[in-house]
Design a protein around this ligand. Sequence first.
Ligand code: PAF
Length: 280
Amino acid sequence: MKTAEIVTTVEALRARVADWRRDGRRVGLVPTMGALHDGHLSLVAATQSHADRTVVSIFVNPAQFAPHEDFDRYPRTLQADAGKLGDTADLIFAPSVAEIYPEGFATRLEVWGPAAGLETDFRPHFFSGVATVVAKLLIAAMPDVAIFGEKDYQQLLVIRRLTADLGLPIEILGAPIVREADGLALSSRNAYLSAEERVVAGRLNLILRDVATRLKHGDPVAIAEQFGRSDLLEAGFNSVDYVAVRDAGTLQPVSDPSRPARILAAAKIGATRLIDNLAV
Ligand code: PAF
């Protein structure tokens, strides 16, 4: 099967995008860290209804990992990723670390607003690392549209904020979470789970559904969140970072989820940290 061309430099990326623009094409970007699964492929498919040409970036971004996190063992599978994309992508941008962060690089973006709390309470380095690399990728490709999965819901809002604040003329779209049959959200990190951990992992989404049901039946937010936390521990998660019901647009705490809200959770099984979220 035909696979997309792989370029590794910003210069080559810009040259290909400039060719498409000369032909009047709309360009879409799907930023990823590789180890592609059906969730990523759904982002590529979604891009195709908003753009004529699709670039997939594959870059394991050191700036969004803390020293104790899994940067070194994060799967790097470029050839397999290119095979999975087949001809659904027009170009793969797979830069080296030095291409994105050349010698002397000394800039880091800080986003407030939706970046406050939740992930930031447990991974304080994370969103500035994501914001820095996503800004670089957007500025390098200058697409008309870029698409991100709703599994990383807080990340999606942070990227929307960043794009608006920097005045980048790029539409940021979110795409629905793709799940396994038992409800587990697809994630490259699911590959770390042992067979027993994988069974426990499937409970995360079901427990978020229970939290949603409790809210629907009138349980106060704090009580529903507390049940979510204790149900996760009972199901076999060894720690729970948060189960939180937040305003879907701002991620501010809500006391009464009558406005669109989102239940967000992060919990660990063994050494693997999983996140998920659900609209209510
Ligand atoms: O969601 C991811 O895979 C990453 O955080 C992203 C947006 C590609 C930035 O490295």
